[in-house]
Design a protein around this ligand. Structure first.
Ligand SMILES: Cc1cc2nc3c(=O)[nH]c(=O)nc-3n(C[C@H](O)[C@H](O)[C@H](O)COP(=O)(O)O)c2cc1C
Length: 452
C-alpha cells in the first residue's frame, strides 16, 4: 500500500488490517510516529496515554503465554454496554458478516470463525504490537483522549505506508500483559493492542467493502449559509443562473483570482478572444440608471448587435427556450396573462438581478463562431471558479439589446461587438427564482456513442 500524502488519503486508506505480511517494521519509523503523536490534544493536556511496543522475541514470548491462557475473569472492562443500542449491534453483526463472507467462511462454521478470532492473539501476524494502558483513575473524557492519540498514531502509520488494527480483544489477557510488561494491575487498566505492520494486499480479509452511516444521520450543520464547491462536479452541479442576490459586496481580490485563473481557459489557436469590463459601485449604478431611463420606450430603445437567437429556432430548441421562461414565471407565480408583471420581472435583468458586480463581455467584430465558442468556454470557467469561491452568477445576453446605452457608459472599442453581461454576487439561494428546477435534455438526445 502506498504512503498517504494527505490527511484525507490517510483517513480513507486506513482500515483495520487482519492479515499482515512478515516484513519487519523499522524502529526509527515507529519512533518518529510516536514522537509526532505526542502532539495529540487531550483535555487539560493530561496526555493520559501509556504504552509499550513489542516486536521480535518479546512479542513471541507474550503471544505464547496468551495462547495457553484462558480469558481472564472478571473482564478488564466491558467492550460494549450490555444494553448496547440495537443499531450498533446490527453494525457489529454486519461487519462480521462482511468479513467472514470475504473469507468464504459460512455463518454456521463456528470452528473456522473461532480459528479466525484466535488470530487476534498473534495480532494477525503483525510484526509489531503497541499495547495501550493508562491509570485507572482516568474517566470517560480521558478514554476519548487516548482514542485521539491512537487515531493519530494510525494515521501517521499510514503516512509511512504502514497499517494497523486496533485490538480490544487483547484485553481478555489484560492482567497477563501487564504482568509481562511489569505494569501495576492495581494502578493501571489495560485498554487495547494496536497491531502494526504492512498489509497483505492479496488477503481478501483486507479487501471487503466497509460501511459507514450517511453523514446526515450523524452530524447536524446549523446556521451555515456560505458554501463552496470543492470539486468540478460540485461546481457544475451547484451552478445555476442566479436571479436574486444578497446585498453583500464581492471582494475584488477574489474576482481578480477567479479571472486570473480563468485566463487558463482553452481557445482555438490560443487566441483568447474574450475581453471584459467589470463594473461595481458608481459605474454600475450609472449604467443601470441609464438603461432604466429607456426601458419604458420598450422595443424602440433596443439596439442588439447580433441575433440573440437564430430566427430559425424551432422544435426542441424552441420548446426549451419557452420552457425555462414558463418554469421561472411559474416559480414566481406570475401567470401567462399577466404581461405587465412578466415584463417587470424581465426588466430585473437590467438591475443585474441585484448583483453587486456586472461583467460586460465583448470581442473584436471579425471574430467568427469558433471564437464565440472560446468565449463560452471562458465564461463557464469563470462561472465554475466563482462557485468555488461560494459566489453565484447569471450570464445575461439580455444586455445585448441595450448595447447603445452600454457604449455610452463604458468604453468598448467600436470595432468590438458587445456580447453579454455576467451578474456576479452572493446569491439569495432561498428565493423561489433561484430554486425552481431547470431541466436538461436526456444525455442520449445530445450525445451519440460509437464503438464503445
Ligand atoms: C450566454 C448566456 C446568456 C444568458 N442570458 C440570460 C439573460 O439575459 N437573462 C437570464 O435571465 N438568463 C440568461 N441566461 C441563463 C439561461 O437561461 C440558463 O443558463 C439556462 O436556462 C439554464 O439554466 P441554469 O443556468 O440555471 O442551469 C443566459 C445563459 C447563457 C449561457
Amino acid at each position: 500500500m502506498n504512503k498517504s500524502t494527505t490527511v484525507t488519503d490517510a483517513v480513507m486508506s486506513r482500515r483495520s488490517i487482519r492479515a499482515f505480511s512478515d516484513k519487519p517494521v523499522p524502529l526509527s519509523v515507529l519512533q518518529q510516529v510516536m514522537e509526532t503523536a505526542r502532539w495529540t490534544p487531550s483535555g487539560c493536556n493530561f496526555q493520559p496515554w501509556e504504552g509499550a511496543i513489542l516486536t521480535g522475541e518479546p512479542l513471541k514470548q507474550l503471544q505464547a503465554k496468551m495462547a495457553v491462557s484462558p480469558p481472564q475473569d472478571p473482564k478488564e472492562y466491558s467492550w460494549s454496554d450490555p444494553e448496547v443500542l440495537p443499531e450498533c449491534l446490527a453494525r457489529l453483526h454486519q461487519v462480521g458478516a462482511d468479513m467472514y463472507a470475504a473469507m468464504n467462511i459460512e455463518r454456521g462454521d463456528k470452528a473456522a470463525r473461532g480459528d479466525f478470532m484466535a488470530q487476534n492473539t498473534v495480532s494477525f501476524g503483525a510484526p509489531a504490537v503497541l499495547l495501550v494502558y493508562f491509570p485507572r483513575v482516568m474517566g470517560a473524557p480521558q478514554w476519548s483522549d487516548v482514542g485521539m492519540w491512537l487515531q493519530t498514531i494510525m494515521l501517521l502509520l499510514r503516512e509511512q505506508g504502514l497499517d494497523s488494527c486496533p485490538q480490544e480483544f487483547l484485553s481478555i489477557h489484560a492482567r497477563l500483559i501487564k504482568d509481562f510488561l511489569g505494569v501495576s494491575d492495581e494502578s493501571h487498566i489495560f485498554f487495547c493492542g494496536i497491531a502494526i505492520g504492512y498489509r497483505d494486499e492479496e488477503d481478501p480479509v483486507n479487501g471487503f467493502d466497509r460501511k459507514r452511516e450517511p453523514l446526515e444521520s450523524k452530524v447536524q450543520f446549523l446556521g451555515f449559509e456560505y458554501d463552496i464547491a470543492m470539486n468540478v462536479t460540485d461546481a457544475v452541479n451547484s451552478r445555476r443562473s442566479v436571479r436574486a442576490y444578497q446585498d453583500k459586496p464581492v471582494d475584488p481580490a477574489v474576482l481578480r483570482r477567479v479571472l486570473e485563473t480563468a485566463q487558463r481557459s482553452p481557445s482555438g489557436g490560443n487566441t483568447q478572444p474574450w475581453n471584459a469590463v467589470v463594473l461595481t459601485g458608481d459605474p454600475l449604478q450609472k449604467l443601470l440608471g441609464k438603461v432604466a431611463e429607456v426601458i419604458p420606450q420598450g422595443l424602440a430603445a433596443y439596439s442588439p448587435e447580433y441575433n440573440i437567437y437564430p430566427p430559425e429556432l424551432d422544435g426542441a430548441y424552441q420548446e426549451r427556450r419557452f420552457g425555462i421562461g414558463e418554469a421561472m414565471y411559474a416559480a414566481l407565480e406570475i401567470p401567462r396573462e399577466d404581461k405587465a408583471s412578466r415584463l417587470k420581472w424581465f426588466a430585473r435583468n437590467f438591475q443585474a438581478f441585484g448583483a453587486p458586480v456586472l461583467m460586460l463581455v465583448h470581442t473584436p467584430r471579425y471574430m467568427g463562431s469558433p471564437q464565440w465558442s472560446d468565449i463560452g468556454m471562458w465564461l463557464q470557467t469563470v462561472m465554475l471558479l466563482l462557485r468555488e469561491e461560494g459566489l453565484d452568477s447569471c450570464a445575461q445576453e439580455a444586455w445585448a439589446v441595450y448595447s447603445k446605452q452600454i457604449r455610452e457608459c463604458v468604453d468598448i472599442p467600436d470595432d468590438h461587438i458587445f456580447f453579454c453581461g455576467l451578474a456576479i454576487g452572493w446569491g439569495d439561494r432561498e428565493q423561489a427564482v433561484n430554486t425552481f428546477p431547470v431541466p436538461r435534455a436526456p444525455l442520449d438526445e445530445a450525445v451519440r456513442w460509437e464503438g464503445f
